[in-house]
Each structure stands twice: as C-alpha cells, then as structure tokens.
Design a protein around this ligand. Structure first.
Ligand code: RIB
Ligand code: CA
Length: 319
C-alpha cells in the first residue's frame, strides 16, 4: 500500500522537482498539495504547483493555497534564488485549473480526519500551514502518521542568516509549534541536503530524457544550477525538497537519530535557528542526563547516502 501524503510547498525550483519525484514514486499516493508563502507568495506557489501538475497531466490532484504571511514577522520571499516567477524565470503560461478555494490548513485537517493515522505530511516550505492546522485541530498529532520536513540544521548553520535555514527562518513561531507538537517528525535539514549535490552531468542526463517531467525539471534546474555556481562556486545544486520526499519513499537514505530540537524565536542573532541538542548523541552512555528521553519525537537527519539518493531521483525523473 502506498503511503498517503499531503505535500506542503512553496514552489520554488526545488519544490517543483520534489513534486515530480513524489508523482513518479509508486510508494507514495499524493492526496493533495497545499501551498505557503516562502520562495514566492502562497498564491503564486499555488499557480506554480498547478503548472507543474498540468505539465505532467496530473491535474486530478487538488491544490489549496494557504498562509499568505508568517505568523509574527513580515513576508519575505526568495526570488533572487528561484527567479521572479519562482520557477527559474521560465514564465510558463497560466495554468488552466485553479486552487480549490479551501485554505491549505483546512485541507490538512479535513484529510487527517478522513484518514486517521494514515497521512504523512511532507513540508518543503515554511511551516505556517502546519502550525495553523495544529490550532484548528488540537488532535492533529494523533491523526497524522508522521511529519517529514525540509528545514533547519544541526551542524551546518543557516542559509537565510548565519544560523537560520530559510524554511524555519521564514516563520520561526510556526516552526516552534510544529517541532513542539507530539507527533513523529523527521527533520531533513542542510546537514544532509547540502551533502548531496545534483551535478551538471546529472542535469545533462535529465535533458536527454524526452519525458515531460524530465524536461520540466531540466528547464527549472538550469536557473537553480546557475545560482549555486554564482553563490557557492559549486558544480551542482542541492535538491533540498526532493530529499524530504525521498526520505518518505525510503527512510534508510538518511541516518536520523532521535534528538531534542528547539526553535529559537527570540535570539538577536539566532532567530530561526534549530537548536539541536547534539549532546544527546551520547544519551546511551549517560542516560541519567536525559530524563525526558522517552518524549523525544524528532529524528534529525545527520548523514545521507548521497549517491543512492541522487540515483533514485534521476531514475524516477527519467524512467
Ligand atoms: O533552505 C532551502 C529551502 O528553502 C527549500 O525548501 C527551498 O525551496 C526554500 O523553501
Ligand atoms: Ca521549498
């Protein structure tokens, strides 16, 4: 039986690839997609998501636009990373379809109630919709099977600020609520996403495949690769969001120990940081230091089998 998933995205070049990976993976059944502010506004993210779905003939999947702004700070987008249109400046034609009109947070609550204990939430943008859904339905942690989120870092540091990864830094209060709720969370952060870069050689291989999804990913990623080249001087771009989807497909792609995680919301220089208690890696040796260990519920991905992840991604996009 495939895992039932809801994607929550801020589409976004790497979100687009993540969506394509999910659609091409028989291990997953995409029930619906919600969008949030982040890389672009939530409304544009919804249109971009519809563009991706229609490109590959999957306009049967409902798309709900969600939170237009973070809970407690002004909206900030990342067009300098993803292009003015959010999809690598391709300026694709408007989609034929429309967002459903339901709020993405309501969509999460409705589907969680309809499929109690079965739904995996894969979040690849700021966590505002998930935080709103927790307020709307306090029993959500019991209703959801697990949350897999792209965000944060334990050792790597930040990309939005010295210590904040973008998805957490774009709404620290929402992230704090999501990490605090008692549901199983897997944090797929920069420690692993920046350790498995998708190279230009892989990009060329993608370009040789005539399938519509491969062609779309190839076009979207051209811009993203240039960004990585310019900013990081690296031959290759991270596939942040696709790695979160890949972990839903195959959790053995990462080593992810249970660790306590707090989100910093007040730090003058560290707002949006995921404060991971790395001392807890020693918990087996000194259990007396960690009396609350049975309440830990966040797995933090610290290592990735990059080769296996990237070949899974290429294979799923091109087959
Ligand atoms: O930090 C990387 C994350 O921020 C990715 O999800 C990217 O799409 C942006 O949302
Ligand atoms: Ca994203």
């Amino acid at each position: 039986m495939p895992k039932k998933v809801i994607l929550d995205v801020d589409t976004g070049c790497d979100d687009a690839v993540a969506i394509l990976l999910a659609l091409n993976s028989p291990e997953l059944e995409v029930l619906a997609i919600g969008t949030t502010h982040g890389n672009v506004e939530a409304d544009l993210a919804a249109l971009n998501t519809l563009r991706v779905l229609e490109w590959v003939g999957r306009d049967d999947i409902p798309v709900a636009a969600g939170a237009a702004a973070p809970l407690n700070q002004p909206l900030r987008t990342a067009r300098w990373v993803h292009g003015e249109d959010g999809l690598g400046n391709l300026y694709l034609p408007p989609p034929r379809g429309k967002p459903t009109g339901e709020h993405a947070a309501d969509q999460i609550v409705r589907l969680a109630r309809r499929h109690p204990g079965e739904v995996t939430l894969i979040a690849t943008g700021p966590l505002t919709n998930l935080a709103l859904a927790l307020v709307k339905e306090p029993r959500l942690p019991e209703l959801i099977r697990e949350v897999i989120l792209m965000g944060g870092s334990a050792f790597y540091g930040g990309n939005l600020s010295p210590w904040a990864e973008a998805n957490i830094g774009h709404d620290p209060e929402a992230a704090a609520a999501v990490f605090a709720a008692p549901w199983p969370v897997t944090m797929v952060g920069l420690d692993v996403t920046m350790a498995a870069l998708f190279t230009r050689a892989m990009h060329e291989e993608l370009g040789r495949c005539p399938r519509p999804g491969a062609q779309l990913a190839h076009r979207v990623l051209a811009h993203y690769l240039d960004f990585y080249d310019r900013v990081y001087g690296r031959d290759g771009c991270a596939q942040h969001d696709a790695l979160a989807v890949a972990v839903a497909i195959d959790p053995t792609l990462v080593e992810a120990p249970l660790l306590p995680v707090q989100v910093e919301t007040r730090g003058e220089h560290t707002r949006g940081m995921t404060v991971v208690d790395r001392r807890a890696l020693l918990a087996d040796r000194v259990p007396e230091l960690f009396p609350d260990r049975d309440r830990w519920h966040v797995r933090v991905a610290l290592k990735v089998d990059g080769e296996r992840f990237l070949s899974l991604l290429l294979e799923r996009l091109t087959r």
